[in-house]
Ligand binder design. Structure first.
Ligand code: PHE
Length: 378
């Protein structure tokens, strides 16, 4: 036994020491996402995008002289309370040098104050509510915000759908929905549109029957219905609207963007539209490359969250390079200087308020597929 130990122990110790040093060199990036729960596709697809970017950065030689990135991913289950727990763990136990997440604005708003207090940069791939980046100077986004998206939806309604009278059905439990409703209304009503009726519901799986609200929207006889919600509810709302004889187009924002939207809503969504961050039909080689690599790796087409996750990771990688360090303050400073970064979701320049100004894409739902309709520039 003694001879055996004498022979094996040094080897075991060496292997252990080696694994410790290589781990110490990995750059730890924390990510929190809704991998399960009512908005599961948001988290699954954005983290797939993050992972694809990580793989490409690592295989191109890593960062800071060959160091690899280690992503620690936490599932917040689409539930309030979980994002703050996840981010506390990612910072305190995992020692993340930066945080990626979330997609849903309410969950980014919950976690951002924790990152800000810890002075750890947080980059949200997809949270569009304007408040998110106002939490503090460590909080960034790589997507457009809802002041712009609300305006884009209003312009689409007025200029493309050519409707003047709309009704709105919004989610009272979502900061995203409340903000988008407000910014849509501001632009629409100040440019000749009329909001004939507004009703609300509770999202996140709480409400599943929307017929009372839809009945009152119907009696206002709108030309179209704006639904700034998430795909799970929107799919059900579309079905119930059609069953009540509502024939006008429904339209909304990026919260619709999920392969599950059409799976839930089916043909009830034909001829309906939503604004989002990217179209798989964009001929730009950067987009087509991404679509090809994503499909090869995951065997499905990417939705809007996937390239946002990818761009967020790529921009963080770029900032780590510029900073020449894993120091959180230096990475934060490098993030403020990102200019004309050619992302899959467009050219990204981080402005003085840590936001990105980009155009929106409008997609039309047709028999389960999402077809490029138009692009709206800021
Ligand atoms: N913008 C949405 C929010 O802030 C989330 C989202 C992003 C949804 C991208 C789809 C695509 O809550």
């Amino acid at each position: 036994m003694k001879t055996f130990l004498r022979a094996v122990l040094p080897i075991a110790l060496c292997t252990f020491a080696l694994s410790l040093t290589s781990r110490a060199q990995d750059i730890v990036v924390g990510e929190f996402a809704s991998l399960t729960g009512s908005e599961a596709t948001f988290g699954v697809n954005s983290s797939n995008g993050v992972e694809l970017a990580r793989e490409q950065i690592d295989s191109a030689g890593g960062l800071l002289n060959g160091r690899k990135i280690k992503i620690v991913l936490e599932d917040d289950q689409s539930k309030p309370g979980q994002p703050s727990a996840a981010v506390k763990k990612l910072i305190a136990s995992d020692k993340s040098i930066a945080i990626l997440g979330e997609i849903a604005s309410s969950r980014s708003l919950e976690a951002a104050p924790i990152c800000q207090a810890a002075k750890i940069p947080m980059i949200t791939p997809g949270s569009t509510n304007p408040k998110v980046t106002t939490i503090g100077d460590y909080i960034f986004r790589v997507c457009f915000n809802d002041k712009f998206q609300g305006q884009a939806d209003a312009r689409f309604a007025l200029e493309n759908l050519k409707v003047k009278k709309v009704a709105i059905l919004a989610d009272v439990k979502s900061d995203y929905s409340q903000g988008l409703q407000r910014y849509f209304k501001e632009y629409f009503t100040s440019h000749g549109g009329v909001v004939a009726e507004e009703r609300s519901y509770s999202g996140g799986g709480t409400d599943r029957d929307f017929r009372a609200q839809l009945t009152s929207l119907k009696s206002a006889q709108p030309d179209a219905i704006f639904i700034p919600g998430y795909y799970t509810e929107v799919g059900l709302i579309a079905k119930q609207a059609r069953s009540l004889g509502i024939k006008v187009p429904l339209f909304g924002g990026d919260g619709w963007d999920s392969p599950k939207l059409a799976a839930i809503g089916g043909s009830a969504l034909n001829g309906c539209y939503f604004t989002t961050h990217f179209s798989t039909q964009d001929p730009n080689p950067k987009v087509q490359d991404f679509v090809k690599n994503y499909q090869a790796k995951y065997k499905v087409m990417p939705d809007g969250m996937a390239p946002l996750g990818y761009d967020a990771m790529m921009i963080l990688g770029d900032a780590i390079k510029t900073a020449g360090s894993t120091d959180a303050d230096k990475i934060r400073d490098a993030l403020t200087k990102v200019k004309n970064f050619e992302g899959v979701t467009g050219s990204i320049t981080i402005d003085a308020d840590r936001n990105a100004s980009k155009s929106a894409v409008v997609l039309e739902v047709q028999n389960g597929a999402y077809k490029f309709a138009t692009r709206i520039a800021p």
